[in-house]
Design a binder for this molecule. Structure first.
Ligand code: NAP
Length: 286
């Protein structure tokens, strides 16, 4: 049996859709069914279900709020919650798939892309707690995958693509930072990789997974809005201050995932497919 945490989030929803297509049975939970910050309820739920595989997608993901008003909750969900899931998973002998982030890196490495073995040094609270989550998983579990991903977008939740599209409806000009570089990731590519690791019984450990290619947020915005009548102007991070510091260059090396035979589409192709899928889905609803 498969268990999903955070099943109603943007990744969890994509994963459910993929498992439905693959005709794989699963139990999907969110805080109302299994609040991962409650250690005894989490243990009870997992002990009763005895899953073979846990896709742990639940997280606190409000990066700026995590700096102040969300600090306690961020720690409770990303550190304590992940520890609770890992302890219960280990007790029933499940494989755990934990999703982490490029924000575990400080982005100062300019001589190449971040490898799985590179030193971590998070700049913000969210990155710090996701890294502590990684460390809890590695300390507690025998059989685990940690997948670090970045700049996640998809059709099922709040993300940069929808934010840009919404702002473009009401603004003739948008300014977007042009000095932070990373790799966008379509939830579909990530969900496919999660199930690929299990299907192929890939070696346990840490993997980096995003779409191929890299860009700045400005370049990402330009591509999202290329068919819209809106001017997109580049600005520096200094001109667009945010509460949480972000890495300037967090492009991750994808060669470990690719060496397994997993084919990774480039981000422009992934974005085009995501937008086409979204249009097809809304046409079905109308
Ligand atoms: N989004 C990104 O750009 C990004 C980048 C790098 C890594 N990641 C990682 O990718 C994973 C998936 O992210 P996402 O974008 O799908 O996040 P998301 O849309 O914010 O979804 C997170 C899910 O976790 C659930 N959750 C929160 N607190 C919980 C609790 N106490 N118990 C159980 N469930 C709880 C949320 O439920 P409610 O909505 O009910 O609170 C939500 O369904 C996370 O591990 C995240 O850290 C994301």
């Amino acid at each position: 049996m498969i268990l999903i945490t955070g099943g109603n989030g943007q990744l969890g929803t994509e994963l459910r859709k993929l498992l439905d297509e693959q005709k794989q049975a699963y139990v999907s939970t969110d805080a109302s069914e299994m609040d991962i910050t409650d250690a005894s309820k989490t243990r009870e739920f997992i002990t009763k279900l005895k899953p073979d595989i846990i896709y742990h997608c639940a997280a606190y993901t409000a990066v700026d709020k995590a700096e102040d008003e969300g600090k306690v909750l961020d720690e409770a969900i990303n550190v304590d919650g992940t520890r609770n899931v890992a302890e219960a998973a280990q007790a029933v002998g499940a494989i755990l798939v934990y999703i982490s982030t490029d924000y575990v890196f400080d982005g100062t490495r300019k001589d190449g892309m971040y490898k799985e073995t590179d030193d971590t040094a998070p700049l913000n609270e969210y990155g710090r707690t996701k890294l502590l989550g990684e460390q809890a998983v590695a300390a507690i579990m025998d059989d685990y995958y940690i997948i670090r991903t970045s700049w996640v977008f998809g059709n099922y939740g709040h993300n940069f693509v929808f934010t840009m599209q919404r702002l473009a409806e009401s603004h003739p000009q948008l300014t977007v930072v042009n000095d932070q570089f990373g790799r966008p990731t379509w939830t579909r590519t990530l969900a496919e990789f999660m199930t690929f690791l299990i299907r192929e019984a890939a070696p346990f450990g840490i993997y980096h997974l995003s779409n191929e290619g890299s860009c700045s947020w400005y370049e990402f915005a330009k591509e999202i809005l290329k068919d819209k009548k809106v001017e997109v102007a580049p600005v520096t991070s200094a001109e667009y201050p945010q509460k949480a510091r972000r890495p300037q260059y967090s492009v991750m090396d994808l060669r470990k995932a690719e060496a397994l035979g997993f084919e990774i589409p480039d981000w422009q192709t992934a974005l085009a497919k995501m937008l086409a899928e979204g249009k097809a889905d809304s046409a079905k609803v109308e």
